[in-house]
Design a protein around this ligand. Structure first.
Ligand code: ADP
Ligand code: ADP
Length: 237
């Protein structure tokens, strides 16, 4: 489904954020990426959809080498990778519904185009997703009226309405309290299972990873130092 081969990122500053990372993600598998701050987790996630340009190595999404794609083709492939952010990245002035629908528009210029030109099937799908995450009654509220947990649910719906092949999730619970964090992790993992969706979840909280995910990748100084079930982790990781 997804294969990283000797993926390397050296920033202009000389920081070697990733050192030849090789990783296979089978279809439908949810992976938690853990490791201390600065280990390269966020860089890894962002090199996959090229929000950060890798220095060398390759990223294969099914049969497509993402690292060599030109901009137009890259934009198309990015539609197949839903992204969920720590700070939600919602447009605060828009409604919940509009934020969800913006997921249909891809990465560029996404909210300017929000003038009710979505096909009914997209609107129906947005209602279905909001219902699934328990936010149907909030569809017409502005995003800035929501709690953090509610915002992240909207972020999840916005990623899923793309009908992605893969979810890239960057610290989804870092801004949330412990109880809400558990709810959000459970929701993401349930939705992946329901849809047979693969995901890479960058998560700082090891206990959360252990609770919800069967495969954990430990990253340290840009290298994979652990790959296996969560119960094999030593406490200090
Ligand atoms: P993590 O997500 O595990 O905290 P990051 O991927 O954010 O780790 O960072 C990995 C390393 O790359 C760190 O040393 C960090 O300082 C460096 N780094 C991250 N982003 C940049 C950037 N835009 N420019 C230069 N160095 C960066
Ligand atoms: P960082 O400085 O943490 O590496 P970026 O500069 O890549 O992050 O992006 C800053 C913020 O902009 C992200 O944390 C996210 O909230 C938002 N953002 C980045 N890319 C996208 C995108 N494709 N769609 C929506 N929001 C995005």
């Amino acid at each position: 489904m997804l294969r990283l081969d000797a993926l390397t990122k050296t920033y202009k500053t000389g920081d070697k954020a990733l050192k030849a990372v090789t990783l296979d993600v089978p279809p439908g598998q949810v992976i938690a990426l853990i490791g201390p701050s600065g280990a390269g987790k966020s860089t890894l996630i962002r090199c996959i959809n090229r929000l950060v340009e890798p220095t060398s190595g390759s990223v294969m999404l099914e049969t497509t080498n993402l690292t060599t794609l030109r901009p137009a083709a890259l934009r198309r492939e990015r539609r197949r990778m839903g992204m969920i952010f720590q700070e939600y990245a919602l447009v605060e002035r828009l409604t919940v519904m509009e934020n969800v629908l913006s997921g249909r528009l891809g990465y560029v210029g996404f909210w300017r185009a929000l003038t009710r030109r979505f096909p009914q099937k997209d609107v129906d799908e947005a209602f279905r997703l909001l219902d699934r995450v328990g936010l149907l009654h909030m569809a017409d509220k502005r995003a800035d009226q929501l709690s953090g947990g509610q915002r992240q649910r909207v972020g999840i719906c916005r990623a899923l309405i793309q009908d992605p092949a893969l979810l890239l999730v960057d610290e989804p619970t870092a801004s949330l309290d412990p109880k809400t964090s558990r709810q959000i992790m459970r929701l993401i993992c349930e939705l992946c299972a329901e849809r047979g969706l693969a995901a890479i979840i960058n998560i700082h909280d090891v206990a959360l990873a252990q609770r919800f995910v069967a495969r954990v990748i430990g990253l340290r100084f840009g290298e994979i130092v652990y790959d296996g079930p969560p119960d094999g982790l030593t406490p200090e990781k």
